[in-house]
Design a protein around this ligand. Structure first.
Ligand SMILES: C[S@@+](CC[C@H](N)C(=O)[O-])C[C@H]1O[C@@H](n2cnc3c(N)ncnc32)[C@H](O)[C@@H]1O
Length: 712
């Protein structure tokens, strides 16, 4: 399956490969032991591609002639180095799995083990083709002796090392009777630790734990627990390994079982406290840790974790940003959540419905992200263009797939989301019930539910972008205009507030794409995610005659091609251009004269007109054009409004109308901070100071304007 983002298609297999490899490997900087690699490879098998392929013919050369001196050992391979003229003698020690390449583990005579990736071995079968094969045990089975020429040693996806071979003709299967390698001694090496009982598994797990290989340690402890389910030491050890992997839910479960068998076990209680803290159940964590501290007065590590938990609890209550007002709002949130619910909405699936009257600017929810990816994490740098967004989508899909691999109990949370797959209820229930990875579902759910980080609405430099998945906010449906809520991201928290009073029974809707995007732009996105929008704007644009549409398109084309290039450049503005632009704006408005408040297609043109007047020195006219645009569209809250306000502030200061500039500054300040802080009251003089403390962090540009205006 291909996952289409706006700019690129992503192969699902690539995503699964990425996710699985990352769940099974750590950092490549250290060579892995045979056992680690074997364990990791076993995990790969879970989700490898089970399709049948046309496989390249296997190259067998009975009369192989090679200079044995040119054999290279795995331990001598260097990353990004092609050992020209050398060959690798190895034997297969695992079955092959099909990811991008065919991947298996091989060992060399010295006993070194590494992943071998064979590229270009498979093709999708064409219709009627008969020589198709599954990639199974029979494909280069375990024990097969190989000579591989022209290899390279690379760091592949997600920082794992591979021995790469691109050409199937370079891979030669060596007959076991071949005399050429008679002198080569195979250190049939695996010093098998004999494991007989739970204690052996514990020791073995501890060794892996000590080398920070927590995944394998967990496997070993689990084997021991299978033999002795009531072994509290094993349960405690596994809980600690889970904690190291941030798998707090699993850690919590183990400590619960351990405490059931040994209620006074201090280690289990301590780890339960840590797990609860990781799960953000700060109150329960604090209770347990306080109790423990009473029993073990003077224990500094308990004291430290207790203090840390109390601090996190405090921060959490304060919205993580030391924000006292949010404490109150959390109370409000619990009330609102009780009073709103997800219900069926005609023609839209599920949606949030207000179960009581809700005042303007009420915090509806603060939701912690299921997962967020910032563009710098996906791409190495902050990138705000489509390429960045696409990488974020890829990275987010990989991270979520990986999270579900590691913690499958989260699957139902994701699988309950709208997916656009049109599955029957039965089919869907089956997927939800199974808690296994269903990549097609994950991808489709993401396409329909991801949020773009909207810092750019506030941050005029467009510095931070990213994508994330929030579960509860995913139930908000869309409206291009007249939405009654808006969302705001801070870190991985998403705040949703009402932007006007809402009556009981009304649907709570947000805006996925606002009306400053043209109808065509909105449509191409909304159709892609199955939204058939019935907002006033979409209805109007659908009902306009072809003739009107054509005329609007002509006017906008004339603006973009002939007016904008002249008027937007300093020193090239002439009165005749201004006149022409005014005529275009007037005609565009006239074409929508029945709906003056829906003439968003003139916003950008009005801004250009204001700029042109500024250029010819008519500042007052520029100001009045911008104010008119503000008045017209402020109630619809399109994002462009913020930029218009910034322009108004700038012109007012230029005209030395500082009082007026301050008035507009307060408007923009509130637009920026009220989504987080809630409604600010003018009669409380300290509001501005409080607001500026926040903008200092989230949008320092505002503070420099405040300084220029002498407001602070
Ligand atoms: C983020 S989900 C919203 C919750 C969704 N309705 C559900 O049942 O889970 C997005 C999906 O909801 C539906 N949707 C959202 N807004 C809509 C609208 N204005 N009209 C029709 N369908 C809408 C579309 O199917 C869209 O892909």
């Amino acid at each position: 399956m291909k996952y289409q983002t706006v700019t690129r298609t992503i192969d699902t297999l690539e995503i699964v490969q990425n996710a699985i490899l990352r769940s099974t490997v750590d950092n490549f900087s250290q060579r892995k032991s045979r056992e680690q690699l074997v364990d990791e490879h076993k995990r790969l098998d879970i989700s490898c591609d089970k399709n049948k392929y046309v496989v390249h013919n296997i190259n067998k050369q009975e009369n192989l002639t090679l200079n044995i001196q040119l054999r290279i050992s795995i331990s001598n391979l260097k990353v990004d180095n092609v050992p020209t003229g050398r060959f690798l003698l190895c034997r297969v020690i695992s079955k092959f799995v099909k990811l991008f390449s065919l991947l298996a583990l091989v060992e060399d005579p010295e006993g070194n083990v590494e992943r071998l990736a064979l590229y270009n071995w498979t093709n999708f079968p064409k219709e009627g083709q008969s020589n198709i094969k599954p990639i199974d045990q029979l494909f280069l089975p375990i024990g097969t002796l190989l000579v591989i020429k022209n290899i390279s040693y690379e760091v592949a996806t997600s920082n794992i090392t591979i021995i790469r071979s691109n050409n199937p003709d370079d891979v030669i299967v060596v007959d076991h009777n071949n005399k050429l390698f008679d002198d080569v001694k195979w250190s049939t090496n695996e010093k098998k630790v004999e494991i007989k009982n739970a204690n052996d598994f514990r020791r073995c797990g501890n060794d892996y734990f000590a080398s920070s290989n927590y995944i394998t340690a967990i496997d070993k402890y689990s084997n021991g627990i299978k033999l002795e389910p009531q072994n509290v030491t094993l349960l405690n050890n596994r809980a600690e390994a889970y904690l190291r992997l941030y798998q707090f839910h699993n850690a919590f479960k183990d400590t619960e079982i351990a405490l059931k068998y040994d209620p006074n076990n201090l280690k289990a209680a301590y780890r339960k406290g840590k797990a609860l803290c990781g799960l953000k159940h700060y109150k329960d964590a604090t209770n347990i840790l306080q109790n423990l501290y009473q029993r073990m007065k003077g224990n500094t590590s308990i004291k430290q974790i207790l203090e840390h938990t109390e601090m996190l609890s405090y921060e959490n209550k304060n919205g993580k940003y030391d924000y006292l007002r949010i404490v109150d709002e959390f109370y409000e949130r619990s009330k609102i959540k009780k009073d709103n619910k997800v219900d069926l909405v005609e023609g839209k699936g599920r949606g949030w419905i207000a179960k009581c009257d809700i005042p303007e600017c009420t915090l509806l929810m603060v939701s912690k992200a299921f997962k967020v990816v910032f563009s710098n994490e996906a791409f190495g740098t902050m990138i705000t263009n489509n390429k960045g967004a696409c990488s974020c989508a890829e990275e987010l899909t990989t991270c979520i797939t990986r999270k579900l691999f590691e913690e499958p109990y989260y699957c139902p949370e994701v699988y309950q989301l709208y997916d656009g797959l049109n599955l029957s209820r039965d089919e869907k229930n089956k997927i939800i019930g199974k808690s296994t990875i269903h990549i097609e579902f994950i991808i489709c759910a993401l396409v329909h539910n991801i949020f773009g980080l909207n810092y750019e609405k506030f941050n005029l430099n467009n510095e931070i972008t990213g994508l994330g998945l929030w579960i509860l906010p995913s139930f908000f449906n869309h409206a291009c205009i007249d939405e009654n809520t808006y969302s705001f991201h801070l870190g991985d928290l998403l705040f949703v507030r009402t932007n006007r009073p809402i009556s009981k029974g009304e649907e709570l809707v947000i805006n996925y794409r606002d009306a400053t995007f043209s109808y065509e732009e909105r449509l191409s996105y909304l159709e892609y995610i199955n939204v058939d929008c019935q907002c006033r704007m979409c209805k109007l644009e659908r009902s306009e005659s072809q003739e009107i549409k054509l005329r609007m398109a002509q006017l906008l084309k004339a603006y973009h091609e002939s007016i904008y290039p002249k008027v937007s450049k300093s020193h090239s503005v002439e009165l005749s251009h201004i006149k022409e632009l005014e005529n275009i704006i007037a005609e565009l408005r006239n074409l929508r004269k029945e709906h003056p408040d829906l003439g968003f297609n003139t916003i950008k043109l009005s801004k250009t007109l204001a700029f042109a007047y500024l250029e010819i020195g008519n500042n007052k006219k520029a100001l009045s054009i911008l104010k008119e645009a503000y008045d017209l569209y402020k109630s619809v809250r399109v994002s462009e409004i913020r930029i218009i306000i910034f322009d108004i502030i700038m012109i007012n200061s230029k005209l030395k109308l500082f009082e007026e500039a301050k008035k507009w500054f307060d408007i923009i300040l509130k637009i920026v901070v009220e989504p987080i802080m809630g409604k600010l009251e003018d009669d409380k003089p300290e509001w501005r100071k409080e607001a500026l403390l926040l903008t200092e962090k989230i949008l320092p540009k505002i503070n420099s304007i405040a300084e220029t205006l002498n407001i602070v």
